[in-house]
Design a protein around this ligand. Structure first.
Ligand SMILES: C[S@@+](CC[C@H](N)C(=O)[O-])C[C@H]1O[C@@H](n2cnc3c(N)ncnc32)[C@H](O)[C@@H]1O
Length: 301
C-alpha cells in the first residue's frame, strides 16, 4: 500500500476530525468496491491537488461545511432555494475566492473521496471512456475543474477537446491542472460558453460530449440536451451526470425521479446505453441525506 501515500495520509487525517470521519469511511468502501483502479485515480487526483498548492485535508473540511449547509437548507425548506441563476452566478461562478479556493479544488477532492461522485466516474471509465476512439473530437460543457477532460486527454490518443464554462475561474484552473498533468496545450481549447445558448460548434461535428453536474444548475435542462444533440454526430456518445435531492450552493433544478431524467434525455434524441443510480441511503440507511447520484451514457440516434 506504500504506492498510495497521499490516499493513506489523507485518510489518517480525516479520521482525526468528527466532521470528516465519514469521508474516510467512504474511501474504505470505494476501495473495497472498485479496488486498484479507484486507488490509483484517487491517489493521482490528491497528488495533483497538492502539486497545485492545495492542502487536501483543509479542502475536505471546506467541502464538508458546504455540503452539510446545502443539505440542511434543502431538508428544512424542501427545495434548493439558492436564488436565481444571475444571483448564483454573481455569488459563485464570478467569485474568484470561492471558485479558486473552495469550489474547484473541492470538485477534484469529491472525485477522489466520495461515493456519490466516484460511482459516476466508474460508469464514465467503463461505459464511455473505453468506447472513444483515437483522434476523437468532443466537447465538455461546464467542465469546471477539468476532471473529465483530463481523463479523456490522458487516455484517448490524439483526442481533441473543446471545453466551455460560464466561469472565468474554471478557465484559469483547468489549464493549470492539465499543465501539471503534462498535457500538451494544443490538444484542447477552453472558452467561456453558456449552455443556455447556442454553442459555437457546427451541427453533427462532435464524436462525444460530456455534461457532468451541470443540468441541475440551469432552469432549462431540456434545451441544453437538445443543443448537445445538435452538435453530436449520429451515434456520437454523451456522458451526462447529475443529482436528485442533493443541494449545493449553486443548484437550481431538482428532478422528480431518475425516470424523469431518463425520459428527458430520450426526448432530446438519445438512447440510454448504460446508467448508474446511487442512493446515499442505500449505503448509509440511518443517514438523513437523501441524495441520489445519477449518471448516463447515451448514444445520439
Ligand atoms: C458542479 S460543476 C461541474 C464541473 C465538472 N463538470 C465536474 O463534473 O466535476 C458545474 C460547472 O458548470 C458551470 N456552469 C454553470 N452554469 C453554466 C452554463 N450555463 N453554461 C456553462 N457552464 C456552466 C460552472 O461554472 C461549473 O464550473
Amino acid at each position: 500500500m506504500a504506492k498510495y501515500i497521499k490516499f493513506h495520509e489523507l485518510q489518517q487525517q480525516l479520521k482525526t476530525n468528527p466532521m470528516t470521519i465519514g469521508i474516510s469511511t467512504q474511501m474504505d468502501m470505494l476501495q473495497e468496491r472498485y479496488g486498484e483502479k479507484y486507488l490509483s485515480v484517487s491517489e493521482s487526483l490528491l497528488k495533483l491537488l497538492e502539486d497545485l498548492g492545495y492542502n487536501t485535508f483543509e479542502q475536505a473540511k471546506h467541502y464538508m461545511v458546504d455540503y452539510i449547509k446545502g443539505m440542511m437548507k434543502f431538508l428544512q425548506k424542501g427545495s434548493y432555494s439558492n436564488g436565481t441563476y444571475e444571483e448564483i452566478q454573481e455569488a459563485v461562478y464570478d467569485n474568484e475566492e470561492k471558485m479558486l479556493n473552495i469550489y474547484l479544488p473541492g470538485l477534484i477532492l469529491a472525485h477522489a473521496v466520495t461515493i456519490l461522485v466516484y460511482t459516476k466516474c466508474h460508469l464514465f471509465f467503463n461505459e464511455f471512456l473505453n468506447k472513444l476512439k483515437p483522434g476523437a473530437a468532443g466537447v465538455d460543457v461546464g467542465f469546471g475543474e477539468g476532471f473529465y477532460l483530463l481523463e479523456i486527454l490522458e487516455n484517448i490518443k490524439d483526442s481533441k477537446c473543446y471545453g466551455f464554462d460560464i466561469s472565468t475561474h474554471s478557465l484559469k484552473f483547468a489549464p493549470r491542472l492539465f499543465k501539471q498533468a503534462g498535457i500538451d496545450e494544443k490538444r484542447y481549447s477552453l472558452s467561456i460558453g453558456d449552455i443556455r445558448k447556442k454553442l459555437p460548434l457546427d451541427d453533427n461535428s462532435m464524436d462525444f460530449a460530456v455534461i457532468a453536474e451541470v443540468i441541475e444548475h440551469i432552469t432549462n435542462p431540456e434545451d441544453a440536451l437538445s443543443e448537445l444533440a445538435r452538435v453530436l454526430k449520429k451515434d456520437g456518445l454523451l456522458f451526462l451526470s447529475t443529482v436528485k435531492d442533493s443541494n449545493h450552493m449553486d443548484h437550481i433544478t431538482n428532478f422528480p425521479s431518475s425516470e424523469y431524467v431518463e425520459e428527458m434525455i430520450e426526448k432530446a434524441g438519445f438512447k440510454v446505453m448504460a446508467k448508474s443510480i446511487q442512493r446515499n441511503q442505500d449505503d448509509f440507511p440511518d443517514s438523513k441525506d437523501i441524495s441520489v447520484g445519477l449518471a448516463y451514457v447515451c448514444r445520439k440516434i
